[in-house]
Unconditional design. Structure first.
Length: 319
């Protein structure tokens, strides 16, 4: 639930800011938008200083650390830091005992282009393909943000309830929350495939917006994958599991931008329907992600016995 709340806050920002920036660009030019963006980022950074996790250590803690270190702490500190980093990395690798956990991480890795295709890349794509001024592409982003907000607030909760209902067809009916999240991830991935194909083949702006609406049904895909990650680790290892998940997304972002740009350049060269090649690539990545999720299995041990109590979580380990 925490992931969904954060996602809703992000979607509200995606809903408001593109239209606002488009209006400002149309009336005042691009520079005021950049100034407001920099100021907003600075306010966000300053706001983190009020979080308990970011507050500096107390004087007593610093004094104890300095006494414990003594002379030569500066020279030995770097070596100790590297040893600690190596130990943490070794423990993190050893933590990945479940084949299903690896498949969830792989699904995140191959579907990360979905995030960038609906955010940073959409404005450039719609401007080149449909001849829209950049100052007006922000309205398209607002449509996507509005669709994402509706999906997170209304559609996904309704689908989650439907998956648990007795009247739901057997292939979709899920007995517990973990299986429900896995089915939600599969359905979100399927929506991304259909939406990506529609956006790739859309000849006009209205049909492109229709594809965006379908694609917005997958707006919670990344958050659902995060919720699946914690199923396969002990409760004390959740933070490290989230870190590993973020690393997989960071690795994915390393190829997502060049892939979208390369496919777009290739599509512009051939013209016609091939202009939508970037979204064909997004659809292929989501096909791989859904394929990985088809082989994911839930742990056999009940949630309240292993996952929440801190015991070992049984799952299909590597043969």
């Amino acid at each position: 639930m925490g992931f969904m709340r954060l996602h809703i806050v992000a979607m509200v920002g995606n809903l408001i800011t593109p239209g606002l920036s488009a209006m400002m660009m149309g009336r005042m030019g691009s520079w005021p938008v950049m100034y407001v963006s920099v100021a907003s980022s600075a306010i966000s950074v300053l706001g983190t200083r009020f979080l308990p996790e970011t507050k500096p250590k107390t004087v007593e803690e610093d004094g104890e650390a300095s006494l414990a270190g003594g002379r030569g702490s500066a020279s030995t500190g770097a070596a100790a830091t590297w040893r600690h980093f190596a130990a943490m990395a070794k423990e993190s690798v050893a933590m990945i005992k479940s084949r299903s956990l690896v498949l969830v991480l792989a699904a995140s890795l191959v579907s990360i282009a979905l995030v960038y295709s609906t955010m940073q890349f959409l404005a450039q794509f719609s401007s080149k393909r449909y001849g829209l001024p950049l100052s007006e592409t922000g309205y398209l982003l607002s449509v996507g943000g509005f669709g994402n907000l509706i999906t997170i607030v209304f559609v996904m909760p309704a689908v989650a309830v439907w998956l648990r209902a007795d009247s739901t067809p057997k292939p979709f009916r899920q007995a517990d929350d973990r299986s429900r999240d896995l089915m939600l991830a599969k359905l979100s991935g399927a929506s991304a495939i259909v939406g990506g194909l529609c956006m790739a083949a859309a000849p006009t702006i209205p049909t492109f917006i229709g594809g965006m609406v379908i694609l917005s049904l997958a707006s919670g895909f990344s958050s659902i994958l995060r919720s699946l990650v914690v199923v396969y680790v002990d409760v004390t290892q959740r933070t490290r599991a989230f870190t590993i998940f973020m690393i997989s997304e960071t690795i994915g972002s390393g190829y997502a931008h060049p892939m979208l740009a390369g496919l777009f350049s290739l599509g512009m060269r051939y013209g016609g329907i091939w202009i939508g090649l970037p979204y064909f690539g997004v659809a292929v990545g989501c096909v791989l992600a859904v394929g990985f999720l088809m082989f994911v299995r839930m742990p056999q041990q009940p949630l309240d016995e292993g996952h929440e109590s801190g015991g070992e979580v049984e799952d299909d380990g590597w043969p």
